[in-house]
Ligand binder design. Sequence first.
Ligand code: SF4
Ligand code: SF4
Length: 191
Amino acid sequence: MLADIDFEKIWDVKGKLSGCFEHCDGRCEYEALSIFLPGEAEFIAKKSGIAFNEFKENYLSAIKYHDLVDNKDYIIYVYKLGICLFLENGKGCRDETKKNFICKTYPIKGELITGKLKIYPDPWCLLCKKNKLPEDFKNQMTALWEDIGKKLPEWWLRGIMIIDRAYDYSKLNKLRDKEVVTTDELLKCRN
Ligand code: SF4
Ligand code: SF4
């Protein structure tokens, strides 16, 4: 299943969202998680020429998620809990090559609703709320979600529906260097 996700296609997508900080407080960089697709952190580490263990130690937090449907524990990687190490001067990403699928496509999101993937612009994002999301960005990232979404395992889609929330980063910081964080610990840090 993991081998089916076309990480090279995601890697090749450039797409810079403009207008964010004119319209927004930067909430997705200060309250949200940057969640990796299954296998994607390993892919980005390899592309960056960094051994995965080193990449994990320096940049990632591991969230242990128990999926009730599969009755199985899974690990979902995110960039280290709290402020991302690639955030430049509080505004924008200083290394486009480190952007994962979720970073690249946000504020377009996907959600599993009665077994079907619904793709939509996130109304929590102020660009979307103010109807200022550039149409070309929206179309490009919706098409990417439609393509990649077909290959995403359902446990991961169920998992992100639980962990993809707004958080208080001062609470998340306390979990930043923990080797594995459970969803219960994580969800106690919600805003
Ligand atoms: S929440 Fe939306 S407008 Fe605000 S920084 Fe993120 S993408 Fe930009
Ligand atoms: S990798 Fe870049 S876009 Fe993604 S969370 Fe970090 S700073 Fe933001």
